[in-house]
Design a protein. Structure first.
Lengths: 94, 225
């Protein structure tokens, strides 16, 4: 019962994000991002791995740190890869 | 490397895992062992093993305290208090352990480079700080840490509920049907106290919620605001 509750809770909480990609783009370590948004470095790791869904406050802080709207960093559905999106954009423009 | 040769067998095999090393005294093989040990100590399998070992440790504590209390009630109290303090320290160590980052991450955080790229002296310093923080460090409670604690406490409480009910039922059973003719009435008094203490513990979350939950805003009030 306990384990089932935990599983249900986890599935409800699943939230996809692009933090790892954005961090790599900006050459930012987990510790640097963590200190900037006021959490532990491990928390950034858990977020990137999808083990933890952030509070609204933290999600907005992270999005603000990267200068992006929150929906560009977090999504309830899996993100398409950036290369796919760029290719589609080019195709549409052509 | 000459200093490494002079060390005892015990130090070479075991000691350096536990003793903060002097900066610049370990070789690459020993560092590989230290890092492996550090990773093993933090992984889920090891943590679960320690969690399982906690049950026999608790049983040992109870057995020791019971033996002491038979000798002398005060000795029982001192033994229970001392073992509880030890258990508390162990729990604190676990909490601090959760907050520690790996040696590899420490290298990146403190020096901005991978652990392998550090100089020997810097590796020693990273390790020394890791051991020191592991023993005396503080846990920064961010939202993830707070949520993990709340979830763990919630899970513990859900286990505690049925556990307490079974315990109280068993306690009453022993009081009523056990071979304690002369002390049955005194035992029944303790059973009543245990029952009401358990009821208090089980009802506490709802009572706290009743105390702290704000008034529900009505629909009209919400629109008017």
């Amino acid at each position: 019962m306990l384990i089932r509750n935990e599983l249900v809770y986890t599935s409800i909480m699943s939230l996809h994000n692009r933090i790892a990609v954005l961090r790599a783009e900006k050459k930012l370590s987990r510790a640097m991002l963590a200190s900037s948004v006021g959490v532990n470095p491990q928390t950034i790791g858990f977020l990137e791995r999808g083990d933890y869904a952030p509070s609204l406050e933290l999600a907005f802080k992270i999005a603000e740190h990267f200068g992006l709207p929150v929906e560009a960093v977090f999504s309830p559905r899996p993100f398409r890869t950036l290369s796919e999106q760029v290719y589609e954009l080019h195709k549409r423009e052509a | 490397m000459a200093a490494k040769e002079e060390r005892s067998w015990l130090w070479r095999k075991v000691g350096f895992w536990f003793v903060p090393v002097r900066a610049g005294t370990l070789g690459p093989e020993e560092w590989a062992k230290v890092r492996k040990m550090s990773r093993t100590g933090k992984n889920r399998r090891t943590r679960r093993l320690f969690a399982l070992l906690w049950v026999p440790a608790l049983a040992f504590e109870i057995a020791v305290s019971l033996r002491m209390v038979r000798l002398d009630p005060w000795a029982g109290l001192i033994s229970a208090a001392w073992l509880t303090v030890l258990m508390g320290l162990a729990v604190r160590a676990c909490r601090i352990g959760f907050a520690q980052v790996s040696l590899e991450d420490r290298a990146v955080i403190e020096y901005g480079v991978e652990f392998d790229a550090l100089k020997e002296r810097q590796r020693g310093e990273v390790f020394q700080r890791a051991v020191r923080d592991g023993l005396f460090g503080r846990v920064k409670v961010d939202e993830h840490e707070a949520e993990q604690r709340l979830r763990a406490q919630g899970a513990a409480y859900r286990l505690l509920g049925p556990g307490l009910v079974v315990f109280v039922a068993g306690y009453w059973g022993v009081c009523l049907f056990g071979p304690f003719e002369s002390t049955r009435s005194a035992l029944a008094v303790t059973a009543v106290v245990v029952t009401w203490l358990s009821a208090l513990v089980l009802a506490a979350p709802t009572m706290i919620r009743m105390w702290t939950q704000p008034d529900e805003p009505g629909e009209t009030a919400g629109v008017a605001e």
